[in-house]
Write a protein that binds this ligand. Structure first.
Ligand SMILES: Cc1cc2nc3c(=O)[nH]c(=O)nc-3n(C[C@H](O)[C@H](O)[C@H](O)COP(=O)(O)O)c2cc1C
Length: 389
């Protein structure tokens, strides 16, 4: 089983990840991990932090001479801003009067208020440092490692932006072919395929920023080359769609996700929703359409897995909403922390990582072995089985 944990605060020394369950003998392309980290930092509407951080992964354990050992893979992403926070974020007991950069005004829409109540903290910083989406850098690195395993078996993942605020790509860009998603320029402002809509999205971000406001939006994340039979119908907690929904909604700001035609399917008769089954001697079984988004009965069905994720606007506003000071109980505007106006393209990169982690987990569950050689043999045998059907 593939297990993944992260640790680290936003202004602490760095982020740590542990990925356990990767088979031995997998080639580790650190450049791929760093490229994914860079993609997460891009996107029109990001704040000043992205200019400070140039994320790089440092592998601490589980890899030797470029290959996994089968032991837990552990890595570090150093926070470049740490040097400015050594006192405020020190693990040692602070000297009397030391600058703690304390925050006592919880921000609406953030983890701040439920966090301080739950953990009995009086400084909101004790919560926001971990709740910050800085943590998603570790997910992107862990997801990239999982995707290296998937790549070996021809499974690739990409994403594109569908909407920012109320600006949306044209209908012809909604169901973008997978190869066009993969070919999108990672350095483009918003990774939206519709250049004209992208201009409108950027203008909307400019207007929001000028007004002290923020914007959310929607992305689509797609996995191609997934064999049928990942996940299972036999138990509720083995369904791949359930794993995907949990992984997507765990992304900070993600509030909804759809698989395939999703909500639209609830409004449409069955004949317009389900995908006719076809057979071709060369291709085997396939579907005439892919409205199911590649999953039926909790299992991958051999088509592309297509998931849409909807993100709420960033909660830290230039013009903060009303809040209450934790000490005085007096009304006070929510605290300001330097941040993003819109992080929808970055959320897409995080969604790719999360989809990579759950698809890799399902892949290892089905074909798992201690080494890639064992998985190769099992996968090959399964492909022969599919080919004989
Ligand atoms: C890539 C990314 C960057 C984000 N940047 C910020 C930010 O700069 N400021 C902020 O307040 N929220 C930011 N968020 C959103 C918050 O982390 C999130 O809304 C908050 O933790 C509350 O969680 P919830 O929205 O899931 O309820 C970002 C989210 C993502 C995915």
């Amino acid at each position: 089983m593939l297990r993944f944990l992260t640790a680290g605060e936003s202004h602490g020394k760095g982020l740590i990840g542990i990925l356990e369950g990767l088979p031995a003998g997998l080639g580790i392309d650190r450049g791929f991990v760093d490229r994914e980290l860079r993609r997460r930092q891009l996107g029109y509407g990001r704040g000043g932090r992205m200019k400070i951080e140039r994320d790089r992964v440092e592998i601490l354990a589980g890899v030797r001479h470029g290959e996994t050992l089968g032991s837990p893979v552990s890595f570090l992403i150093t926070n470049r801003d740490w040097e400015n926070w050594t006192t405020a974020m020190s693990a040692e007991g602070g000297a009397e009067g030391a600058d703690r950069r304390e925050i006592t005004r919880p921000r609406p829409g953030h983890a701040d208020l439920p966090g301080v109540l739950k953990y009995r903290r009086s400084d909101v910083r004790d919560i926001l440092e971990r709740a910050s989406a800085r943590e998603t850098a570790a997910r992107v690195a862990g997801g990239a490692l999982a995707r290296l395993l998937l790549r070996r078996y021809g499974i690739r993942i990409g994403s594109h932006v569908l909407a920012v605020g109320s600006e949306r790509v044209g209908a012809e860009f909604e169901h973008l072919p997978f190869e066009r998603i993969l070919a999108l320029d990672p350095e483009s402002p918003l990774r939206a395929a519709d250049a004209e809509a992208e201009e409108r999205m950027m203008a909307a971000i400019d207007r929001a920023r000028a007004g002290g406001d923020t914007l959310g939006g929607a992305i689509e994340v797609v996995a191609g080359g997934v064999p049928p039979g990942l996940g299972s119908h036999v138990q509720w907690d083995r369904r791949l769609d359930g794993w995907i929904a949990q992984a997507m909604l765990s992304i900070p700001s993600a509030k909804a996700c759809e698989i395939g035609c999703g909500l639209e399917g609830a409004r449409t008769p069955g004949s317009g929703v389900h995908d006719a089954i076809m057979y071709d001697a060369g291709r085997g079984f396939y579907h005439a359409t892919n409205r199911a988004g590649g999953i039926e009965g909790g299992m991958s069905n051999g088509e592309e897995i297509r998931v849409r994720v909807y993100c709420k606007p960033i909660p830290t506003l230039g013009r903060p909403l009303a809040s209450v000071d934790l000490r005085s109980f007096e009304p006070a505007a929510g605290a300001l922390e330097r941040g993003d106006t819109c992080a929808v393209p970055a959320a897409g990169v995080v969604a790719e990582a999360m989809l990579g982690l759950v698809v890799a987990r399902a892949f290892i569950e089905k074909f798992g072995g201690d080494s890639v050689a064992e998985i190769d043999a099992r996968y090959e045998e399964y492909r022969r089985h599919l080919g004989s059907r």
